[in-house]
Ligand binder design. Structure first.
Ligand code: XMP
Length: 514
């Protein structure tokens, strides 16, 4: 059966990905496209409905993202959210104004007109999540207001004759109590989508496609041991067996016993894997480098050149496989530039290798979100401890040693991280937190060990709780646990005499320190 799909036009909202996820949770295939997609391309995707996302812009801004009015002539149901609602109104000739107060957070939405499909089954008064500066001042004559909040007189609208709906609040956010019901009303009843987007045929279909495409050629894959590269490797291996060549580059910045762990997992899965020992190379190119961005760039480039060299050694290679997932695709889309007004840090991972000369790309997971990748991993029988392991950045421990990296510091950090990981698992806290690690500061302080003065490094414990790693808070770990970690690290690791706990959220901090 052909899958129905919904198109989300992305105007740069921080919640755009969330809309896609919510719709997929309803069981309908959703794709995010840049707001400037042509009408021709919209039609070629044959969507049964279109959502217009929020945006950090105001419709009157000089460079505000706009769409052609033609979209309203397509006879495809449309649902505008926040900026999406202001944009619909603006394009129909309505007036938008800065509201007196920025409305941010919970609000009560009151329905004024019940007779419409969007609000079917929603109580008269319910909590919604608002985040806006602007609001509709004059509604175009073709529309009717159907609800308000105490500070926003027009909080939901519908077109009088066409299937065009919009709300000022964010139905995709958990805090909007009946948000999912509204999305369901739109997608299942107004757009009449069949909720038949299921993952169970995904592996079967993908394996078939890869087998046909690769035929008797070979594929190389930059293997990091993370969830995405593991599941990608598994699917490709299922399709073509040992024509898949995994390459793992040991930068020397890995956790203790990580390489051995990855190697043993690969052996269990029968993957053919080549481990490249590049520890000396990486250490030497980082000598004297202190600036975090320079470190990241040098590591990324070195990684790519090693990979290029290795790939040339294998005969008959025609494809490069990558563990790209849908969030990576979205992040590199045009509309994501609207979100990136200022640069923070250049992430490096094996999924994001520059494309190698002459090789065609295979990205089996590029339509899936992380939670969907994990579901597939479970279906495939990949151990949970791989699928739910904490993320580990591509540049590894090198960005957790602030300032210049050297052998001694790497060894201090490896030992400390190993103690942290053991204790988290022993206390059943590993799965309770989303990421936990140690950072080594280039700062020494005075202490006492065994009645003797010490002058050693200070380390930081960073443990966070997060849904999506885009925002995070520090984890409120029990004091007893913190005490145990501190005692063990200070007593067992030579070179550290002080451990501090990072209690900063993201934003304003980032999760990693560099
Ligand atoms: P930040 O520090 O940007 O980190 O708040 C967000 C998440 O991304 C991980 N991270 C990376 N992952 N390559 C990766 O594959 C990288 O270069 C990289 N830098 C940060 C970080 O550990 C956290 O989970």
């Amino acid at each position: 059966m052909k899958k129905d799909s919904i198109l989300i036009l992305d105007f740069g909202s921080q919640y755009s990905q969330m809309i896609v996820r919510r719709i997929r949770e309803i069981g309908v295939y959703a794709i995010l496209c840049s707001y400037d997609i042509s009408i021709h391309n919209i039609l070629s995707k044959k969507p049964k409905g279109i959502l217009l996302s929020g945006s950090p812009f105001s419709v009157y801004d000089k460079n505000s993202p706009l769409i052609s009015k033609e979209i309203f002539q397509l006879n495809i149901p449309i649902f505008g959210i926040c900026y999406g609602m202001q944009l619909i109104s603006f394009l129909f000739g309505g007036k938008i104004e800065k509201s007196k107060y920025r409305e941010y957070g919970k609000s009560y939405f009151i329905i004024d007109h019940f007779k419409n499909d969007l609000l079917f089954g929603i109580p008269k008064r319910s909590v919604v999540w608002m985040s806006h500066f602007d609001e509709i001042k004059d509604l175009p004559k073709e529309f009717k207001a159907i609800g308000h909040t105490s500070s926003c007189s027009i909080a939901a609208i519908i077109h009088k004759t066409k299937d065009i709906y919009a709300v000022q609040f964010h139905p995709e956010v958990d805090n909007t109590k009946f948000g999912i019901s509204m999305l369901k009303n739109f997608i299942l009843h107004i757009c009449k989508c069949n909720p038949n987007w299921k993952l169970n045929k995904f592996v079967q279909n993908t394996v078939k496609k890869i087998k046909k495409r690769v035929s008797n050629k070979k594929v190389i894959l930059g293997f990091s041991g993370g969830v995405d590269s593991f599941v990608s490797a598994y699917i490709i291996h299922k399709a073509i067996g040992n024509a898949l060549n995994c390459i793992f580059v040991d930068t020397g910045f890995l956790l203790k016993k990580e390489k051995e762990k990855i190697f043993s997992h690969c052996q269990k899965m029968n993957f053919s894997i080549k481990i490249i020992d590049a520890k000396k190379r990486f250490l030497s190119i980082l000598t004297g480098i202190v600036d975090p961005e320079k470190k990241r760039k040098i590591i990324g480039n070195e990684f790519a050149s090693i990979f290029q060299m290795e790939s040339e050694k294998i005969k008959n290679v025609e494809f490069l496989a990558q563990g790209t997932i849908y969030s990576d695709v979205i992040e590199s889309s045009i509309s994501s530039k609207l979100r990136k007004n200022f640069f923070i840090k250049s992430h490096h991972n094996v999924g994001g290798l520059p494309q190698l000369k002459k090789l065609k790309l295979i990205e089996p997971l590029k339509e899936l979100f992380k939670d969907e990748v994990r579901k597939i991993g479970i279906e495939l029988g990949i151990p949970k401890k791989i699928l739910y392991s904490h993320p580990f950045p591509g540049p590894g421990l090198s960005i957790r040693i602030l300032g210049e990296v050297n052998k001694k510091k790497i060894s201090i950090l490896k030992e400390s991280e190993s103690i942290l990981s053991q204790e988290l698992k022993k206390s059943n806290l590993y799965d309770f937190v989303n990421q936990a690690f140690i950072i080594l500061l280039p700062v020494k302080s005075v202490g006492i060990k065994g009645d003797k003065r010490t002058y050693e490094y200070t380390a930081v414990l960073r443990v966070i709780k997060t849904e999506d790693f885009m925002t995070a808070t520090f984890s409120r770990l029990p004091y007893d646990f913190l005490e145990k970690i501190s005692n063990r690290i200070i007593n067992e690791v030579d070179g550290i005499n002080r451990l501090v706990y990072d209690i900063t959220s993201k934003p304003p901090a980032t999760i990693e320190w560099e």
